[in-house]
Each structure stands twice: as structure tokens, then as C-alpha cells.
Design a protein around this ligand. Sequence first.
Ligand code: F6R
Length: 604
Amino acid sequence: MCGIVGYLGQKNTKEILLEGLKELEYRGYDSAGIAVLSDGEFSSFKAVGKLVNLEEKTKDFVTDAFAAGIGHTRWATHGKPTELNAHPHVGASSYVVHNGIIENYAPLKKELQNEGVTFLSQTDTEVIVHQFEKNQKKSTNSFEAFKKTISELEGAYAILLVTKSEDDTIFFAKNGSPMLMGINAENEKYFASSDTPLIGQCSDVNYFEDGDYGYVNADEIVIFDKMGNKKEPHFTKLSTNKLSAQKDGYRFFMEKEIYEQSSVISDTLLGRLSEDAVVFDEIDTSLFDSINEIKLCACGTSYHSALCASYMFERHAKIKTSVEVASELRYREPVLTQDTLFVVISQSGETADTLETLKMAKAAGLKTLVICNVDNSSMVRMADASILTRAGVEKGVASTKAFATQVVVFWMLSLYVAKRNNSMQTQEIAEQISLLREIPKSVIVEDSMHERIKRLSKRYLHGHGFFFIGRDLFYPLALEGALKLKEISYLHAEGYPSGEMKHGPIALADPELFTIALLPKHLLYEKSRSNAEELSARDSTICAISPIEFDKADDFIKTKEHGHYMLEFFEMMVVVQLLSLEISIRLGNDVDMPRNLAKSVTVE
Ligand code: F6R
């Protein structure tokens, strides 16, 4: 998803912008660009593809004086990923970068074209710079023109704009897309669409609210809120712990993140378990007062962890639970009742569809909770309460450790609610807590297991599709396994409830249909096994993942003997992640930045 950086100061502007953009690479992008305004002169560079292409283009460009610079990584929404469509977009004497979508760009563009303006790109963003320059002609100063332009835009945006007539100024606006500003003792000003580019550069940051707009120059920081009232920036300290972007010897960030799961799950558990209770200091049990139902809402992998949560909430806490795909909930006019706790789940905390459902739930007067990996993200700031998953920065576009920690948080939360609702005996909760403490061990990647999966992967590079099948909690795990595989291998894969195959999909069974069967020992083993046998009898190629030998399988991945199905769940999660990883590597794909995907989907 698009990323924004901005810099105003004396230092090497080009390097600062490029370094900032590198920190946003993990979000996914297809082109990038920068524009630097110094002493009334603009220099602008754009390149399709990876940032090295932009670095190459700017290698002879030197920035050694006071400058206002803006930069952008683009993930195409309107128009193909071409150099012309890359940001910054140019007018006669201004440049703009933008994240989000300008919904009314078509009528604005038409009007500007009728007035003789020529558009260079197919983007919605380009209208901003031309509309601004149109307003500039009728305004006494550039800020007035900028303010008028913002009032004419509909949709979601984070915008930075620079213009020749005020060459010491960056104009900004934020509505529905994330943006923050950072400062330091050297009187430099930084902008970015997330914290990462600012860590190490700034001491303090101000997170803009929706509707904020204004400008900065060497002497001033001027912010107005959506009502047009001037407001003071609200600075908070920025973490100095810059997470290493290095892969620590792993081939891909995704691989590193799979291996990290044991330690991040330990972090997730840290300080949250006593002998017989789960402790969440960040929430109050009153959050569950008068609550008779939990509604979970998310997208993609986070949706799969929400499905896992629904099994656990009903099983442990005996509370009615429903799960919704955010993009569906938004428009289907759901009945939201006040006795429902609305829970959104998001790694990034910025996913547009999920964020909108959170706004809907708040507007309907529901209590809201977010399970999130990014502190200070839009969702964390908006929800009544939040629980952080503590997975650390996840750079691989295909989510792994974020999913793992989400499921851990949900398992803990189901026990927390169970205790509050007296739906489980103290002894039972204590037993579950002992199991929780065992998860970090269950997800350690053993060399022998990784080697076996590496070897097996060569047999799964073709075929006409994969079915990941499982029952109960292993059904959402099957969905997640299939999503991982399709994301990074580009092979068709589906997750299915094992018992549902005979109601249609089994018609596809033949040797070129690969079935990945999740067969835990401690949860519906016999039933799952006979479903896998049905597929084997129809000659589907079966790869069984189980601690129990399965003679009807073509391939078998033996997992360890665990005392409980939840520990089997976590080990099998690692197995399906590694299988996708190894298949993708063999196919020669970019595991960390798969085609067409973005890390944080901040558009609808
Ligand atoms: C899959 C993946 C996506 C995200 C989805 C929601 O590997 O990462 O499916 O899970 O885009 O993102 P968040 O969790 O940031 O709301």
C-alpha cells in the first residue's frame, strides 16, 4: 500500500527521503518517487519497480541546502503502475503526494480539463495539484488555496504538497489515511504515513486526526482541525528502538518471521498469565458488562484468526459469537445491538474496510475492542479498548507471526471472559493456562521438519489446485494455509471444512488435485481421517499432516505428540507456513513482496 514521507530541513534531503521510503517498502509498492524544492527550484525523480531503480536515477542528484522534500511509494489503485502514474504529481509549479482515494476526482478532472488543464497521469491524485493551482490564482496566499482545495475533496487522503511560491513550506492534510509529523532538536520536520521512517530521526511525533490540515516551515507548525479551528500539535515521544530490517541470515523476512514465532508468542504471553487467570491490564472487566454477544470483524488472515476466536469464545466463555468479513459488513446494513461487543482484528490497525466497520459500530453505540499489532494505529486510537499482539514489525507481506499472536490473544481472551462469566472451573482455566505456556515450544522450527518440508515441496509445484482441509479450529487453519499458499506461490488453493468436501468439491478429485489434510490426534481425528480417505479413494494426491501415521496418504508430515489439540494447532500452523514458503521459493517468487499484494490495505 502507498507510503508517504516528507522532510523539511538542512540535511541531505534526498537520502532522508529515500531512507524513509525504504522503511515503508514492507507495505508493498510498485513505483516510487521524490520531489525536492530548494531555493525556488524543483528536482523530481520517479521510477517503476523497486527503490533501487529510484536510487539509480537520483545517484547524481545532490541535496546540501535547506529544502522541502516529499516522497512516495505507490501501490496502483487508479491507473497502471507506470512512471507517469507514480507520485509526486506535478502541476505548473507544485508537486503532491497522496495516499488514499479521491472519490470525486472524476468530476473535478472533467471540470479542470474543460478549463484547459492537461493531465499527465490516470491517477485520482493528479486532480489535487491542478485544483490547488487553480485555487492559487484566486487566493491571496498558497495556504488559502490549499485549504480551499481540501474542502473540495471527497474521500480518504493523506496529502503533502509543495509549491514554488512558498519554497520553505510543506502543506499537509489528513482524512481517513494515516499520517504523522515528527520533530527533533535540530528544528527539522518529518512526515510519514507510519512511525517506522521516523524512528532514529525524530524525538517526538504528532499523529494527525482525521480532518487536520495545515503547513510547516522552518519557524512554524500550523494545524487546523476539521472545523477549521487552529489547534496545537500534541507531541508524544517516539520509540528509539529501530527494528533491524536485516534478515538475520534468513532468505526472506517471511522465513525469519516464521522462526520468530516462538519468541514473539512468549512476548504476547508476558505478564498476562497467573496460575489460574489471564490478566489484561489494558482492559477492564466492565468492558463485558451487559454483553451477550461478541461480533468479530476483520479481513484476510486476521479474519481467519477471528474464526478461530469464535470457536474458543463459544467453547470456553459460552458467549454467542459471530464473525464478519469487514468489506461485507460495511454495506449489508447489519443489525447492531447494544449488548454486542464489537471486536476488530488487524495486524496493521489501518485496513480501510475494518476501520470503517469500527466507525460503524461506534456510531451505533456499541462497545468496541481492537486486537492489533501496531500501537497508535488508527484502530487502536479509535476503539474503546485495545489489546496489542506484540508480534513486532512484520515485514513479509504474507502474515505469519501476526496470525500466531492473534490466535494466542484470542485464546487468552476466551479464558478471561470464561472466568468473568463463570463458564469454566478455575481448575480448567489453570490447565488451559499451562497449555498456553507450552505454545512457544510447540512452534520452534526443528531442522528435521524444515528439511522434510523443503524436500517434499518439489512435488507440489504444479497440479490444478490445492485443498487444505480441517475440522473445527483446524478449518480456519486450513483457510489460512490455503491463503498463505496462494499469496506467495500463485497456485490455486482453497481451505475447506473436511466434512464439506463430499458436497461438491470432491468432484475435482484426481491425482493432480493436492489435498493437504490436517489430522490432529486430539480433535475429531476419526472423522477428519475418514474425510481424507474419501479423497484418497478418488485418487486425489494427499499430503497428511498428523502425529499419527496415515497409510492412505501419498506424503506424510509427522508432527510431534502433544497432549492437547491447541498445541497441535500451533505446530501445524508452522508446517503449513513452511510448506507455502518452500513451494514459493522453488517457484522463484518474491516471497516477501508477492505480486499484486500490499502489506497494509488502506483503500477500500
Ligand atoms: C495475508 C494478509 C492479509 C491481511 C489483511 C488484513 O497474509 O496479510 O490478508 O491479513 O489484509 O490486514 P490487517 O490484519 O493489517 O488488517
